[in-house]
Design a protein around this ligand. Structure first.
Ligand SMILES: [Cu+2]
Length: 346
């Protein structure tokens, strides 16, 4: 009898312990309906909160401001030529600079104007472009632009490389309208591009595109241990930047993303957005979109225009649909504010 009572008591004690543990666990679990805090936003998004899928802390904004880069377009010094055409002049300096690609992760970059990607250069179809290129790096570099230009302006062969300390002036017409790239064309190309010498070259059509909130997204990656594979992936260089600092847009507002893939070592990259679809214009050269989709694949050097609107307010992920890239930094959020009033979080 006594034994049975002891057993019964043990069972009561054990049951109580299990119950209180369960209660304590439930109490400290994050509320799945609550908006994520700054440190909680990650690949897990709002679903698997206890998993921390991203970086902790923030990068030094003085080294590179990914928010400013997103919407900043350099249109150069503008003057009028005797024939009535517009001349746009840019100064681009190649310099070595250590950049921060994730909090505390430094990368010895080769840069145009001290940033990776280089500045987004923008002109209108038919403008005359003059670029004063100064190589202040420690090895030969060049600027190779996608688009029409004479052979002497191609920046691709050995004799067109600009030696350290050297200068060169590129001059050509902005042509054709679309979203293009410029990058160094010195060999080994893998090294010169991957180390950071690339940027957007945007040529607007003579008849302006519809008004929109415009931004650039350069899909890039970084090999931090020199094994010719990327350890960190990003959109605009900093892993998870737009996850920590979501891009603010408005419901029903037309968004235009100039999207390009410059990622080395991987065959393909991709762009996927949640809760909406987009029109996709490869290279931005044709008036009609090729696709109406929520995912697009780009090979290296491929680029295009993405035009979209969010029908509902709230927070929505965009990321590489190659999940490994997303988990290593290529993921962000749009915060869509309601057309009237604040956005519905979640
Ligand atoms: Cu180079």
């Amino acid at each position: 009898m006594m034994k049975r009572r002891i057993h019964f008591g043990i069972w009561i004690l054990a049951g109580g312990l299990i119950l209180s543990l369960a209660l304590a666990y439930a109490t400290f679990l994050p509320d799945p309906a609550a908006p994520p805090t700054d440190t909680e936003v990650g690949l897990d998004g709002m679903l698997l909160r206890p998993y921390r899928g991203m970086t902790v802390g923030d990068v030094n904004k003085d080294l590179f401001d990914a928010d400013a880069y997103l919407t900043h377009f350099e249109t150069g010094s503008v003057s009028l030529l005797p024939d009535g055409r517009t001349l746009r002049e840019f100064v681009v300096v190649a310099v070595n600079k250590e950049i921060e690609i994730a909090p505390g992760v430094m990368f010895p970059a080769w840069t145009y104007n001290g940033q990776v990607p280089g500045p987004t250069l923008r002109a209108t179809d038919g403008d005359l472009i003059r670029i004063y290129f100064k190589n202040r790096g420690d090895r030969p570099h060049s600027m190779h632009f996608h688009g029409f230009h004479p052979a002497s302006m191609d920046g691709a062969v050995l004799k067109q490389l600009v030696p350290p300390g050297g200068d060169f002036v590129y001059e050509f017409n902005a042509d054709p309208a679309g979203v293009h790239l410029y990058h160094c064309h010195a060999t080994p190309l893998t090294q010169h591009i991957h180390n950071g010498l690339y940027g957007f070259w945007i040529v607007d059509p003579k008849e302006a595109r519809a008004p929109a909130k415009e931004m650039v997204m350069m899909l890039n990656g970084f090999d931090t241990n020199f094994d010719e594979e990327n350890e960190v992936y990003a959109v605009n260089t900093i892993a998870f930047h737009y996850a920590r600092h979501p891009i603010k847009v408005r419901q029903h507002e037309l968004l235009r993303i100039y999207l390009a893939n410059i990622t080395e070592f991987d065959f393909l990259n991709s762009f996927h957005v949640h809760a909406t679809f987009f029109d996709y214009y490869p290279t931005g050269t044709q008036p009609e979109p090729r696709d109406f989709t929520d995912t697009v694949i780009q090979g290296q050097g491929e680029r295009g225009l993405v035009e979209l609107k969010f029908p509902y307010p709230g927070r929505y992920m965009f990321h590489a649909h190659k999940t490994e890239f997303a988990e290593r930094g290529w993921m962000g959020f749009f915060d869509v504010e309601a057309a009237e009033g604040p956005a519905d979080e979640g």
